[in-house]
Write a protein that binds this ligand. Structure first.
Ligand code: MN
Length: 253
């Protein structure tokens, strides 16, 4: 079993070390992680400059570091750096939830998705609260989920799982729910300030509160004391409205 690990919080993030420790003994592990925190970079690939790889020192032994995005890390690993095809791609453990619409912006989910797009089963792991509280317990959840997936055998079809873990010392004893993504309200307004040169600057505002957080969603599950596992797919097609759009916009020719 060969496992590729990446994250979006950067190669020095405690959550990355926790993920590596969590899967110790389950396979041959290679870690390729971004040099800097790249949260919120979604599936971005760096196309306007070359990427460099270096091996981290004592701060993160054995970790290969790339001055790029989470997707860059997995993409470069899979298309040349590793020299082999891993059986499983893991991402995280992220500092903070990746649920509902946030998954579209998440670098953690994107790193796993890059593996999935290459046909490799992939799992993204996040802690619901920021601050790295109860990271050991989150690591035990990771190990249990990965072990279970491996014991059941990796299916021929790749899959993409998005796991969100409540920050609790007993996280590994919490029940698990397989969920769908909830929805969020629109983000808070952008924050306008004046910089020391007297010019306006803008900070992206915080995410909106959960809008659809009912039974069955990731928001509901984690708020109710469950570990949430959402199976994701990448097809963005609006299948339900295909007939309507065909009627409105297609023409013979
Ligand atoms: Mn992050």
């Amino acid at each position: 079993m060969r496992i590729l690990i990446a994250n979006d919080d950067g190669y020095l993030a405690p959550g990355l070390a926790a993920l590596v420790a969590a899967v110790q003994g389950l396979g041959q592990v290679e870690v390729v992680a971004p040099e800097q925190n790249a949260s919120g970079t979604s599936n971005a690939l760096t196309l306007n400059r070359p990427l460099q790889v270096f091996t981290a020192g004592a701060s993160a032994p054995g970790v290969q570091v790339i001055n790029g995005t989470p997707s860059d890390c997995v993409h470069v690993a899979l298309t040349g750096l590793l020299g082999y095809r891993p059986d499983l791609v893991l991402s995280g453990i992220n500092q903070g939830a990746n649920m509902g619409d946030d998954t579209l912006y998440s670098g953690t989910v994107a790193a796993a998705m890059e593996g999935y797009l290459f046909g490799i089963p992939a799992i993204a792991f996040s802690q619901v609260q920021k601050g790295w509280g109860d990271l050991d317990a989150a690591g035990r959840v990771v190990r249990a989920v990965v072990q279970q997936v491996l014991e059941q055998g990796l299916p021929a079809q790749p899959f993409l799982l998005n796991v969100n873990i409540p920050n609790r010392p007993d996280a590994d004893r919490l029940p698990r729910r397989v969920t769908r993504l909830g929805r969020r309200h629109a983000s808070e307004p952008v924050i306008r300030q004046i910089n020391p040169r007297g010019e306006p600057i803008y900070w992206i505002g915080p995410a909106g509160d959960a809008r659809e957080a009912g039974e069955g969603t990731d928001f509901h599950a984690t708020a109710s004391g469950f570990v949430s596992i959402t199976p994701l797919q990448v097809d963005l097609t609006d299948h339900a409205r295909l007939p309507d759009w065909r009627a409105r916009l297609e023409r013979a020719g």
